[in-house]
Design a protein around this ligand. Sequence first.
Ligand code: GLY
Ligand code: MN
Ligand code: MN
Length: 461
Amino acid sequence: MFAKNTYINRRNQLKKDVASGIILFPGNKDVAFNYPANTFTFRQDSNFLYFFGLNHADLAGIIDIDNNKDYIFGNDVDMDDIIWMGNLPTIKEQAAEVGVENTAPLTSMYDFITDAIKAGRKIHFTSPYRGEIQMQLADLLGIKYTNVKNYTSVELIKAVIKQRSIKSLEEVAEIEKAIATAYDMHTTAMKMAKPGIYEREIAGKMEGIALSAGGPVSFPVILSINGQTLHNHYHGNLLSEGRMMVADAGCETELNYCSDITRTVPVGGKFNQRQKDVYEIVLKANMKAIEAIKPGVPYREIHLLSARVIADGLKEIGLMKGNMEEAVSKGAHAMFFPHGLGHMLGLDVHDMEGLGENFVGYDDEIKRSSQFGTAFLRLGKRLQQGYVLTVEPGIYFIPALIDQWKAENKFTEFINYDKAETFKDFGGIRIEDDVLVTADSYKVLGKPIPKTVAEIEDTMK
Ligand code: GLY
Ligand code: MN
Ligand code: MN
């Protein structure tokens, strides 16, 4: 974990930003996979990690703003735990590592919270995303399970997002470590992408590289020759010449900071002309978007800039037609690019999404669009120095979507459906990088992962 002052400073800032009351951060619990003792890999809650740093199950952190006291609630290991799972420092010792002086057994948290409620004090907590935590909160607060989300603290959510959005140098260094591992994952995948190999062989290798570097993957590996399905987790296809392979994958570091990288390569290592034509458009959209990144610019404008590059490129190769400014403003490009340009990245791969996407990506000035395509943009608001975000444009040929829009005669003035028909066997292309917003521009994080046609062909040789 980071030095204890990092956690002390973060909690002190939170005490300034949330006026009064008690802040409760329940840590995560082990979750059963197929029977109670066989659990999923433990993943600590990211807010708990950010403010309390400890990476074990069954802990809770409390910040008593009014009395300026921080607490860790948790139980010391007993002999059974030691025999089966190994020894751990005491809760007191663990808490000291993150600058917390006050500790108590987990069950005493119930009295603590009950007393605070009786005294009329506000209990701030964020929206739970796991059933176990929602039940724990219902128990602690004496409210119905289904009511818990109605009591979440918007004041706390906004204060947490304000801090977590701006990455410190030590956080950026962690993200770059995660990208270093992603470099190995992606260059290995490129070299393996030969006809006759199954997707699962490559996806498994990528996940193994993440695990052997010390962290899990930051989300289940997306790897497919059917890249037109945006989050395709099916890995049973055999690679064949003429297909593009989308690999969207990243990992977590030991401190749980994430990478999220996508590369798309031609099976066998050589782009054919049609693949190259589409690839160059996505690459241009990725690079033009990155070049536009600087503080003060709304990310939605950059999303629309990349949409425009895509529309112009599709017009050049005959898939779109007419006035592309109008086409993008009306959303016609979204048949080919039906998702957002990117999202924040940090302790979560979609950073802080559990706190509410609109709180993270939008604000009073910039509200989420309702237009198909742009509506799926997770980050629309103005950029600030210290944001780390993804830039991930794509072009996809989704047969069912082409059929539907064509049947509805949708945007016939902008889309050349006859030509689109001939691309139904193409799949999709996405290119994704992780970028830091600097004082006056941007920095693409990590060692560059092969991205141009020449770099990819060279790597796959
Ligand atoms: N990993 C999914 C995404 O790129 O957002
Ligand atoms: Mn991704
Ligand atoms: Mn992403």
